[in-house]
Design a protein around this ligand. Structure first.
Ligand code: AMP
Length: 119
């Protein structure tokens, strides 16, 4: 899939539309999901034009890959999610129902999340 620079997260990164920011550094931006599926539902996105995890890990520079994963962990730590626990998830492609074609990791927490996949 080619990157569409008009996607909503690209617009958030360019500051064209607002977000409810949780964390930002030179590599990543984290913000609250607009339609939360759990008491904590945060999205973490890399600052680069990558559609999916496969695209990102194949094509991004190593400092961006490391910085992005550090940001995911930092958001979880700063949100006091390590204990009692949380879930991270990244949808890719049609079968996973990816809606926004800019790589994003969902962080869910704040309640008992139940089994891994809904039916
Ligand atoms: P996915 O299905 O993995 O592509 O998830 C896309 C997520 O982006 C959904 O959970 C949406 O609720 C969320 N979303 C869409 N637009 C916005 C926005 N403007 N600000 C925050 N979250 C958004």
């Amino acid at each position: 899939m080619t990157y569409d620079s008009d996607n909503i997260f690209a617009k958030i990164l360019r500051g064209e539309i607002p977000c409810d920011k949780v964390y930002e550094d030179e590599f990543s931006l984290a913000f609250h999901d607009i339609n939360p599926q759990a008491p904590v539902h945060i999205l973490v996105i890399p600052k680069g034009e990558y559609v999916s995890m496969a695209d990102f890990t194949a094509n991004a520079p190593s400092d961006l890959i490391a910085g992005f994963f550090r940001a995911v962990g930092q958001v979880a730590r700063e949100g006091d999610l390590e204990d009692p626990g949380y879930r991270i998830l990244a949808n890719a492609g049609d079968d996973a129902h990816q809606e926004v074609p800019h790589l994003h990791v969902h962080i869910f927490g704040g309640k008992r999340l139940g089994p891994m996949l809904a039916a």
